[in-house]
Design a binder for this molecule. Structure first.
Ligand code: HEM
Length: 240
């Protein structure tokens, strides 16, 4: 197979994934959000008893870091869940067109939640990464990308450039949602024996899972946007 035909196949595959029917896209999105909600619920079930009783699991336990640094960890996770639940509503054209005022109000809450979770993601990723340097670098690169996309989206809407606002919000959401795909990669690496969280083997694969998921989501977002070029400039918030 030539390099060109390989590249063409990759482009077709990405195009097909991005061009998936809206219902299929929303289903994948709901599934990934569910994955994140389940990991958050597991965190709560494990961490709350530790935090309440002051118990710190042994150094080999995955959850030790969450018991030692609950403030930073929950400053990341709680606003992250608020962001991840609010953002799909904000991106829904139907919601915008029917409830524009609610879109504006909720937008402030979702934006603030996104900014807090993004800053805390970098702190958590650098301070106590399970997956070492790979995880830390992924958290810095994509945490910064997530924050930059949110800030640029906000600046655009202040200038009434709704098309640009929407495009940067899609970029931010794609990166936020990658958290769900990270867990899918972690599960796969565990299934094939590259990573074993129960005995801390292959922890670097946790970092690889971060990079795979984040790069994949950032690329898919760009492909999705490239397939839908919009005239950048003043547009209607309710219909764009
Ligand atoms: C926007 C929505 C987000 C939500 C709802 C969210 C949620 C979570 C949850 C539930 C955990 C705990 C993981 C577990 O125990 O399985 C976590 C950890 C983490 N998240 Fe996020 N997150 C979000 C965005 C991000 C972003 C954009 C980044 C940066 C790229 C990031 C970086 C991290 C890091 C570095 C950890 C620590 C993983 C570890 O070493 O244990 N998160 N997040």
């Amino acid at each position: 197979m030539t390099e060109t035909s390989g590249a063409a196949r990759r482009t077709r595959l990405i195009g097909a994934m991005c061009g998936a029917r809206p219902r299929l896209r929303w289903s994948i999105l709901a599934l990934l959000i569910a994955v994140v909600l389940v990991s958050f619920a597991i965190r709560l079930a494990v961490d709350v008893p530790n935090i309440v009783t002051g118990t710190v699991p042994g150094p080999d336990a995955f959850e030790q870091r969450y018991a030692l640094h609950p403030a930073a960890a929950y400053l990341h996770m709680v606003p992250g869940v608020v962001y991840l639940l609010g953002a799909p509503l904000q991106l829904s054209r139907r919601f915008r067109s029917q409830h524009l005022r609610a879109h504006r109000r909720l937008g402030r809450v979702v934006l603030a939640a996104g900014l807090i979770t993004g800053v805390a993601a970098i702190v958590v990723g650098v301070w106590f990464p399970y997956g070492g340097t790979l995880e830390a670098s992924g958290a810095v690169v994509f945490g910064a990308w997530f924050l930059a996309a949110l800030v640029l989206a906000y600046r655009a809407v202040r200038r009434r450039d709704i098309a640009r606002h929407r495009r940067f919000m899609i970029r931010a959401f794609a990166v936020g949602l990658a958290v769900g795909t990270t867990r899918v990669w972690v599960g796969l690496f565990q299934a094939v024996g590259l990573l074993a969280i129960q005995n801390n083997a292959g922890t670097q694969w946790f970092g690889v899972a971060f990079w795979f998921a984040l790069v994949m989501h950032a690329v898919l977002a760009e492909a999705y946007l490239a397939a839908r070029p919009t005239v950048i400039g003043r547009t209607n918030l309710a219909t764009s």
